[in-house]
Write a protein that binds this ligand. Structure first.
Ligand code: TXA
Ligand code: MG
Length: 319
């Protein structure tokens, strides 16, 4: 159900959830000051309460109002990357309730780069909590049609067109280790460690940026983003007519109509169409996705994509 901007604002303030466009994926939003709206995010998504939500804000000033330890590193990252696909984990203050953070004392904050949602955010006190607008563990939505399909047209949607980035934001936190601050990337996305390092350097900060498991965040589960038909990762020389038996054996099922998935050469193009392709394959009559992992995919700009595919896979022939 498509709604207009005014409806979206009213629904959020009246404890409802609304699907909102961002540059990464569509989010399922609720006003941060509505407990029942927040609870509806979890029930609509069938999401467990242990998985914390990120909060969307209209800019740095609004972010600072929700944080209790905003410092120069947060400031440097936000001033270069926002509005944009970076979620910054910061220590929360009392305005953020524990439904949002699953009881953690930190909160992920992000200012999305989408004009409609930025306008919505600037008209609502505090911010909007929004995970991706999909059932828990499933493929994220990058078009209005995906959101309609996901929730059987039951969720009101603010139509902002197809998402430009296509995979969820980079999630980064700041941790102190032996008196040194480090930026840790808990979920890879458009912004790579190299990009964040350069951004910090340009602002006179010599800080290490590393990929790491979040010490606290669950939600980084082994299986996630899964399409309806199984996805198997293969190398570029893979031939179905030579290897069908071994795939069927590993998967304990006989597949007859696989689709070989070669992604575009450019990583940004590949991420923009990643989830659309997965949904397209689900509806194509094929019974198996064979995702080719090309050698150049080890480059850092492909990390976000392969992080999703590794969690979406049922099996990999690449160790
Ligand atoms: O691009 C995005 O980030 C999209 C759009 C809608 O903004 N949102 C999104 O939300 O992907 P969600 O809930 O699907 O993913 C949020 C991620 C999860 O992996 C969660 O574990 C992590 O952020 N996260 C949230 N709060 C955290 C915290 N306090 N510390 C560490 N990680 C956190
Ligand atoms: Mg998600």
């Amino acid at each position: 159900m498509i709604i207009n901007f005014q409806n979206a604002r009213e629904l959020l303030q009246n404890d409802e959830v609304v699907a909102i466009p961002t540059e990464t994926v569509y989010g399922l939003g609720a006003w941060i000051h509505s407990d029942s709206g927040l609870k509806k995010i979890f029930s609509t998504k069938e999401r467990p309460f242990f998985d914390p939500l990120i909060v969307h804000v209209d800019g740095i000033e609004s972010a600072k109002k929700l944080s209790s330890d905003w410092g120069e590193i947060h400031q440097a990252l936000a001033s270069s990357c926002w509005p944009g696909p970076l979620t910054i984990v910061t220590k929360k203050n009392q305005l953020i309730n524990s439904l949002i953070t699953s009881g953690l004392d930190s909160v992920g904050l992000r200012c999305p780069n989408h004009s409609l949602t930025l306008k919505l955010l600037s008209g609502i006190e505090g911010g909007i909590a929004a995970p991706s607008a999909n059932k828990f563990g499933k493929t994220s939505p990058t078009t209005v049609q995906h959101v309609e399909d996901e929730f059987n047209s039951k969720v009101p949607i603010l139509d902002g067109g197809p998402c430009q980035i296509g995979i969820e934001s980079t999630v980064a936190g700041i941790q102190e280790e032996n008196g040194q601050f480090k930026v840790k990337i808990y979920r890879p996305g458009y912004f790579t460690a190299k990009m964040l390092k350069t951004i910090l350097e340009q602002q006179g900060l010599d800080i290490e940026v590393v990929y790491a498991q979040s010490p606290v965040a669950p939600g980084q589960l082994e299986h996630h983003y899964m399409p309806q038909i199984p996805l198997v990762i293969v190398d570029p020389s893979f031939k179905w007519n030579e290897r069908a038996n071994i795939v069927n054996e590993k998967m304990k099922k006989t597949f007859t109509n696989p689709i070989l998935w070669q992604q575009p050469l450019d990583a940004h193009l590949a991420s923009r169409e990643l989830y659309s392709k997965m949904r397209e394959f689900d509806q194509s009559g094929h019974d198996l996705i064979l995702a080719i992992r090309d050698p150049h995919h080890h480059l850092e700009e492909w990390m976000g994509i392969w992080n999703r595919l590794e969690k979406a896979k049922s099996y990999s022939f690449i160790s």
